[in-house]
Design a protein around this ligand. Structure first.
Ligand code: ADP
Length: 481
């Protein structure tokens, strides 16, 4: 089976969030199940620079205002099709905006082009290649499915995966003329969205199946509180809606081999974690003691509940715990955390920035990881925490609810607890969860049992890949029915 994955990000080349981890890891996991994946990605500078041996498989004399080419290449073990369109993608800054973070004004053009090319590939524009399934990720890829629906590849089964419904790709009605879609597409059951054009909306409407990255989030997005304006449509499409939890990349996230750690360790012996804890204390200028260190590795945003965290730092510090926080994001939240670090020298360490190595060290040495997200489609950091024996303390929402087993008395007695959950989403409940963690941390045997149980959780890509492969097969039988 041949799957074309269309994605704006792919690890290890270009990553702003969990989406890249998924699109980077799924191909290898699917390969073992008889599913061959080719990934169509924009030719950002980092991608073009990684292109060594390439074969040009198609030329566009004019694509959204300029010449473009499609190259086939293997990069980092991934089978890729790269959309080389310098007028759209050859620019400094991030994949979606300039160095200040301001969105590129022509994002609609950039990702309409990606979608157009995805649909062309589905229709057979690349010689000797015809995908059986097209799998689009997030709004940046969603127009692929709209172009397929109104073009020649309407009979190719498609999957739309929503990694985060908060990002929808909404544009004014005036861009419609530039999309090159038939007029009938500008309709309620097409790409039209609240009077403008909605890219994700168009993909949700056109997809044969919709997936999101956890069963709980799949249910949550059917409600107004989580649906972000799309709950009506998602409810209509609920017979075709699936929740599949992400896995993690075992080669990159493995405490037995991780070169970012001061000391590696196994689930049998967690001894090495101590050296990592000492390394964290040094790196984040924290006092040295045996009380718990709770870490945060996160975008510092409202979604991630960082404002809630900042309101309870004082009582958490008073309880004897230390905090090691790595992240970047909203300036106000960064400022609040830095102020807390200044207030609590030796007890609260804050590093503002993106640091892959430090994120590994924190998972490998901190006692727990705090994840107070207001919504969390899947979440990866709690999965890394489980794998590393860094006990997750999480809001009971989305993928966090699906992957962490709360250490209530019954779960502890049964030996199945892997972390702590709290609800509702407020400072009181969050603080209470941390207090429960403190209490169990003071009982080393209980804490070690929770850590080891978490490390046993099956969070491999194999499990998720089996579910995607089953979904693909179901769609093929629907096509053939
Ligand atoms: P989201 O995609 O919503 O940001 P996820 O938990 O799904 O949240 O994925 C976040 C990914 O980004 C994880 O791999 C996490 O380790 C990483 N990450 C987030 N912030 C940082 C940071 N400041 N430094 C290093 N890695 C980070």
């Amino acid at each position: 089976m041949q799957v074309l994955s269309v994605t704006p990000e792919i690890f290890p080349l270009i990553k702003t969030g969990g989406l890249a981890d998924v699109t980077g890891a799924l191909p290898a996991a699917l390969a073992g199940l008889g599913v061959a994946t080719r990934s169509l990605v924009p030719g950002y500078p980092v991608v073009m620079n990684a292109l060594k041996k390439k074969k040009t498989v198609h030329h566009y004399p004019a694509l959204q205002g300029g010449k473009a080419a499609l190259h086939s290449a293997e990069i980092a073990g991934l089978d890729m099709l790269v959309l080389d369109a310098p007028h759209l993608f050859d620019r400094p800054g991030g994949p979606y905006g300039d160095v200040t973070g301001a969105d590129w004004q022509d994002n609609w053009r950039r990702f309409a082009a990606l979608g157009r090319v995805g649909a062309d590939i589905a229709a057979g524009v690349v010689k000797d290649y015809r995908p059986d399934i097209v799998h689009a990720h997030d709004w940046q890829s969603a127009m692929t499915l709209a172009y397929m629906r109104y073009g020649e590849a309407a009979d190719v089964p498609s999957v739309m995966t929503v990694h985060n419904l908060a990002f929808q790709g909404q544009f004014g009605a005036s861009i419609f003329a530039g999309l090159g879609l038939p007029q009938q597409a500008m309709a309620l059951d097409g790409v039209e969205y609240y009077g403008g054009v909605g890219f994700l909306k168009a993909g949700l409407q056109a997809a044969w199946a919709i997936t999101t990255v956890s069963p709980t989030y799949a249910q949550e997005i059917r409600t107004p509180a989580f649906g972000m304006g799309l709950d009506g449509l998602i409810n209509l499409r609920s017979p075709d809606l699936y929740g599949i939890v992400n896995g993690i990349d075992d080669d990159i996230w493995n405490p037995e081999t991780d070169s970012h750690l001061a000391a590696t360790y196994t689930s049998k012996s967690l001894k090495g974690r101590k050296a990592n804890k000492r390394a964290i204390e040094e790196r984040m200028t924290l006092d040295r003691d045996d009380g718990p260190i709770y870490c945060v590795v996160s975008r510092l945003t409202w979604q991630k509940g960082i404002d809630i965290l900042s309101t309870i730092i004082d009582p958490v510090v008073a309880s004897g715990a230390r905090l090691a926080i790595l992240g970047s994001g909203d300036a106000g939240l960064e400022g609040a955390l830095l102020a807390a670090a200044a207030r609590h020298r030796g007890r609260v360490g804050v590093v503002i920035g993106y640091d892959e190595g430090l994120s590994h060290l924190l998972q490998g040495g901190a006692d727990g990881i705090l994840i107070p997200s207001r919504f969390e489609p899947c979440g990866l950091t709690q999965l890394y925490g489980l794998r590393y024996g860094c006990v997750p303390i999480v809001a009971r929402t989305g993928g966090l609810a699906d992957t962490v087993i709360d250490a209530n008395e019954a779960a502890v007695a049964a030996g199945v607890a892997t972390g702590f959950q709290f609800a509702p989403e407020d400072a009181g409940a969050f603080h209470h969860a941390i207090s429960r963690a403190n209490a169990l941390h003071a009982e080393p045997a209980v804490w070690a049992a929770i850590q080891k149980q978490g490390m046993k959780s099956d969070i491999s890509w194999d499990r998720s890949a089996q579910k995607y492969a089953a979904l693909y097969r179901m769609l093929l039988s629907k096509r053939d029915a």
